[in-house]
Design a protein around this ligand. Structure first.
Ligand code: ZN
Length: 402
């Protein structure tokens, strides 16, 4: 497994020691090709669906129309990302299939190791897993995160057709469930010295674009008290949002991740500021409460400076609850291996949130050194990687007992 993990990390390897494999880049397509070839070399059947999801199969002999237990994650990465995010789950899934094959085990379900298309959202985000779950809508494709042009060009590079993506949908009755091994991407397991995280929920998020319109002016001649400075208003908004979250919603996070200023010069009072605001919570009613508190503040603060504000919703992701019985199976599997566990919510999005809508889904986290992720310094001790893969294997066993 380690050899395969290292082999995979060479696709899109960066000088900083990470990988850069944005969806449908040469490096991404090469990594996916490698995955299929490796599975075939191990005697597994492979296939690629209409959304470009790449799979390796180990069929059960008990029944022709047995259900399929999916094990997976994604081989795409953010630009300048790390080696573990996504790739770890795919390599572990592959090796769980190889282990069952080698042992000659006959399970009550077939096993499928799957590499989902575009988890990170270079183009759309959860493209492959949503297509498989049947929740990919035409509207979703009309306003993709990466823009229409990138989506159309990307699909063409990968030989996929937009109108056929929905054909990747699987009948939920054909699925026995979904398991995903992933690095935590946060510091909690490491801080508490816990070996395995059992994910209960994947947080929901809401995002907004905020436009603050003031009046541009000469930086030398417009007196301070006469200004309608869009950036001063932006600063009030940013600090106001932070204050509300820290004070009233301590379990949640909010981020203003982008600030654009116009015209943008030393000697001009800024007339316009555009902000990208996002907040996350595991609880839908809390998301409602944050939205009303935060947006009230966003609308009120700029008035101090006589600046007008416009708020445009961009995206809503509902929080996903993973299956408690799958969580129990993960815990039993970890306990049998003598590993410590902790139940926790995931602050990052994952393919499991798409799958949870249609099939019993579970996620297993292993510690991320320093909580670092989406960065070339992303690191998980190999012992933890092996623990995670063994827990996937054990959980398949647990689930096979019904
Ligand atoms: Zn990931």
């Amino acid at each position: 497994m380690r050899e395969d993990f290292e082999a995979l990390a060479r696709f899109g390897a960066t000088p900083e020691g990470g990988v850069s494999r944005p969806t449908f880049s040469d490096a991404h397509l090469a990594a996916r090709k490698w995955f299929l070839a490796r599975a075939q070399a191990g005697g597994l059947a492979t296939h690629v669906d209409a959304a470009g999801n790449h799979s390796a199969m180990l069929r059960t002999h008990r029944s022709r129309d047995a259900q399929v237990l999916l094990l997976g994650s994604h081989l795409d990465s953010v630009p300048g990302g790390g080696r573990y995010d996504g790739a770890l789950g795919v390599v572990a899934a592959l090796h769980v299939l190889l282990a069952f094959k080698e042992a000659g085990a006959d399970l009550p379900f077939s096993l499928e190791a799957i590499d989902f298309t575009d988890e990170e959202g270079t183009l759309v985000g959860l493209l492959g897993s949503k297509a498989l779950a049947g929740t990919l809508t035409p509207e979703f494709l009309q306003f993709p995160r990466g823009g229409r042009e990138a989506l159309v060009a990307g699909l063409q590079r990968a030989g996929l057709r937009e109108e056929r993506l929905v054909d990747a949908r699987r009948d939920p009755r054909s699925l026995a469930g979904y398991l995903e091994l992933h690095i935590e991407q946060g510091p909690r397991l490491e801080r508490e010295g816990v070996q395995i995280g059992v994910v209960t929920t994947i947080v929901g998020s809401r995002s907004f674009r905020i436009v603050l319109s003031g009046v541009a002016g000469h930086a030398g001649t417009v007196p301070m008290e006469a200004r309608h400075d869009a950036v001063v208003a932006a600063a009030r908004v940013i600090l106001g949002v932070r204050e509300i979250i820290v004070r009233d919603f301590p379990r949640c996070v909010a981020t203003v991740g982008d600030v654009r200023v116009e015209p943008g010069a030393f000697n001009v009072v800024p007339g316009l500021a555009r902000l990208a605001l996002e907040f996350r919570s595991a609880d839908e009613s809390e998301l409602d409460a944050i939205e009303s508190a935060v947006l009230a503040r966003v609308r009120a603060e700029p008035m101090t400076d006589g600046v007008e504000v416009e708020v445009n919703p961009v995206a809503r992701w509902e929080s996903s609850h993973l299956d408690p019985r799958v969580g129990d199976a993960i815990e039993r599997s970890a306990a049998a291996l003598g590993l410590t566990t902790k139940r926790l919510a995931s602050g990052a999005g994952h393919d499991a949130q798409a799958l949870a809508a249609v099939t019993p889904s579970g996620m297993i986290f292993v510690p991320s050194a320093g909580g670092v992720s989406h960065d070339p310094r992303e690191f998980t001790a190999w012992e933890d990687v092996v623990n995670g893969a063994n827990v996937v294997l054990g959980t398949v066993h647990e689930l096979s007992r019904g």
